[in-house]
Design a protein around this ligand. Structure first.
Ligand code: ADP
Length: 686
């Protein structure tokens, strides 16, 4: 076999080892030696060129670009042996392998040390952005990883031994060392390849352990600054140990923050100055300021100043003035240092059940208010929407444990027996004049019983009320079920602030359905689309698409957007947006296919008009705008129920408009116009 054929064979071998590698071979003749230059161009098998450049965060050119590898083989024509080419092939394979090994896509924003790559090969831990079926570097190997390691180890030591042996002979025979045969060249290449492999595999991890340790030291030094040692802050534990990143492969070392200057703002009095110093030194706990000073505004100002000095970070931009700090004391927020401003926009009028409402929406998402407003207009021009409140009951489900499953079952039967309901309701309802027990649903898991109490709560969202009622019942049960061990007042069968099928199926808070028939000309002129397109999109996106995604209560386009914006404006608990946004949107062509019937069903809207954040000035103003501020004197519970229907009606408007925008292909266009700042953000930041 001539050298060219063998060189080709070597290329083929290499291709076999690395799926995506391409080889280009050229030959350069010399008088007594031949130089074969193989320019090997490699591409990472894990990053296709078309998508590689989209990883703008990586900033790593080498992960996407082609790298030429030039191997010059000087060989005496007569001394070429099969064994030499075998060695050469192995070397090429090694270099190919090194390339694939190095070019794993870097995690976005990750500064994880390269040593992680080794861990990635050993463990099943994968980047959570990559599908688990993504090719790994080791996939390119014809052998299992441990065998590959063994091959390279053997190769390294055997060629090292061979070369030393050869050079000793040359020295003995007075042959110049730089005159080398093909076998020596192959041995040198093999030595380098195996060395690079072993260094990459074992060495970098070792080196990185020093680098990681060094960066961790920097954090430790900062943290031991006495100014940071405030007991309540526990700043020492905020920096994760460096080895976390190497273990999990996901968590990277925290970014090093630029050094900060101490910020000192003059205070109103010398006394305030002393208090700030005491907080900075840790002699006065920050949380005690309100009770010690008896002045909530002053407490917030002092805390804010102490915070700026401790962190060296300015809070300029976070307003302090213009807020009643007394109104949040013991109810809404602890240790305040200011308040965040969120703009409130108005959508509407929403014509719902024959009345008009202007919908306050607190949001920073451009387009949202405008889009909801368009939906309101379409509903208005079509004669308005209608809502029905199906259910109104807040739930709380404690978990209790017994010694046996039989005893747990006995309590279940007792609680679900209609004969016992009245007695239990009397005990439960003692919690508040507004709390009225509606039902008890039990679920058993072994010896543990989950008891889901449901009750009406007047105009309050009702979590406090229902919890008190549950406490009363548990105390009452202790006489008959003395062996009952109350594990927790909430056993997650409630289920609060988490997506759960129980809320989706059984409902929680207010369950509302809302509908409208949108006229054909309104669909065309206001929504700029047509009925058939909307119906098809709804079926494929909100129903089939959500089913494909395995949605739980998410059979809608963006109910969460409208629910969150109204929740924030009206002082609801924003975390309850989770279950309050559960919604199924249905669309159907009616009146001979000309008009659109649209409905939204939200089984767990959790709202109140008293308690929590609803009593704060801004939030009260928004509730007042809707005509549902505070408690309804004539019919307790009417305001909160009305608010729930307004939320559902607004969701209807939001769904209508966004779905139309998508059907008409306007979504991206309108977002580019209203949801993109034209300001130069980098300049703004500086
Ligand atoms: P939640 O139970 O939603 O956390 P809170 O317990 O904070 O609510 O607020 C409810 C309080 O408001 C209770 O003390 C209750 O007695 C009082 N309240 C006054 N009027 C009403 C009303 N119409 N509906 C419900 N609660 C009311």
């Amino acid at each position: 076999m001539d050298r060219i054929a063998r060189a080709k064979e070597s290329e083929e071998n290499a291709k076999g080892h690395v799926t995506y590698a391409t080889c280009v071979g050229t030959r350069l003749p010399l008088p007594s030696y031949k130089i074969v230059a193989d320019v090997l161009k490699l591409r990472s098998p894990l990053v296709p060129p078309a998508t590689a450049n989209t990883h703008a965060h990586t900033n790593d050119e080498s992960s996407t670009s082609f790298t030429p590898w030039k191997i010059i083989i000087i060989t005496n024509t007569t001394s070429t042996k099969k064994g030499e080419f075998l060695l050469l092939s192995l070397s090429c394979a090694g270099i190919f392998y090194m390339d694939t090994f190095r070019r794993l896509p870097k995690p976005l924003r990750s500064t994880a040390p390269h040593g992680n790559l080794r861990k990635r090969k050993h463990s099943a831990v994968v980047d959570d952005r990559s599908p688990s079926t993504a090719p790994k570097a080791s996939d390119a190997l014809p052998l299992p990883l441990h065998l590959t390691n063994a091959v390279f180890f053997t190769l390294f030591f055997s060629v090292a031994y061979y070369l030393l042996h050869r050079w000793r002979d040359k020295i003995r025979n007075s042959i110049p060392l730089h005159i080398v045969t093909l076998s020596e060249i192959a041995a040198i290449v093999s030595l380098i390849a195996s060395f690079i492999y072993l260094l990459g595999f074992f060495g970098i991890d070792f080196v990185q352990s020093f680098i990681a340790r060094a960066s961790h030291d920097v954090w430790e030094l900062n943290d031991t600054n006495p100014n940071y040692l405030i007991n309540e802050d526990h700043r020492l534990v905020t920096c994760p140990p460096a080895n976390i990143s190497t273990k999990t492969n996901i968590v990277s070392a925290p970014p090093k923050l630029p050094a900060s200057e101490p910020i000192i703002t003059p205070l109103a009095s010398e006394e305030d100055e002393m208090i700030v110093n005491s907080i900075v030194n840790g002699t006065i706990p920050s949380y005690s300021l309100e009770s010690k000073l008896g002045d909530c505004k002053r407490a917030a100002a002092i805390r804010r100043e102490a915070l700026q000095r401790m962190t060296g970070r300015s809070l300029e931009g976070l307003p302090l003035e213009g807020f009643d700090y007394g109104s949040i004391l013991g109810q809404c927020c602890e240790m305040p240092v200011g308040y965040v401003q969120i703009p409130v926009g108005i959508a509407g009028p929403l014509l719902l059940d024959g009345r008009e409402y202007s919908i306050p929406m607190a949001t920073t998402e451009g387009c949202l208010v405008a889009s909801t407003n368009r939906g309101c207009k379409a509903i208005y021009l079509s004669g308005g929407a209608t809502s029905v409140l199906l259910k109104d009951g807040m739930t709380r489900a404690p978990v209790v444990r017994f010694g046996t499953t039989t005893r747990a079952a006995e309590l279940k039967f007792f609680l679900e027996d209609p004969h016992n309901f009245d007695a239990l309701a009397v005990v439960f309802n003692r919690s508040s004049r507004f709390a009225r027990l509606q039902g008890i649903q039990c679920s058993i898991a072994g010896k543990n019983l989950y008891i889901r109490f449901s009750c009406s709560t007047g105009d309050a969202m009702g979590m406090n009320m229902v919890s008190k009622g549950v406490q009363n019942v548990l105390e009452f049960l202790e006489s008959d079920f003395a062996d009952m061990d109350v594990i927790g007042i909430s056993g997650n069968f409630c289920s609060d602030k988490k997506p759960a099928a129980v809320n989706w199926i059984e409902g929680r808070g207010k369950s509302v359905v809302c509908e409208a028939i949108i006229k054909e000309e309104v669909v065309k002129k206001v929504l700029k689309t047509d009925v058939a397109l909307l119906v098809e999109l709804n079926m494929l996106k909100n129903l089939a698409g959500s089913a494909v995604a395995g949605a739980l209560g998410g059979f809608n386009a963006h109910a969460g957007n409208i629910v969150s914006a109204i929740f924030i404006a009206t002082g609801q608990d924003p975390a309850q947006n989770v279950e309050s946004s559960h919604c199924i949107t249905m669309m159907e062509a009616v009146n001979d296919g000309k008009d659109l019937h649209i409905s939204v069903t939200l089984p767990s809207i959790e709202v109140g008009t008293v308690g929590g954040g609803t009593q704060l000035a801004s939030q009260s103003a928004c509730l007042n705008l809707l005509g549902v501020m505070g408690a309804c004197k004539e019919s307790p519970g009417s305001y909160s129920r009305l608010l729930a229907t307004i939320v559902a009606g607004s969701v209807l408007a939001g769904e209508l408009s966004l779905m139309s925008a998508i059907a008409a292909g306007q979504l991206v266009k309108s977002h580019m116009k209203y949801n993109r700042s034209s300001k130069d953000v980098s300049k703004a930041a500086s």
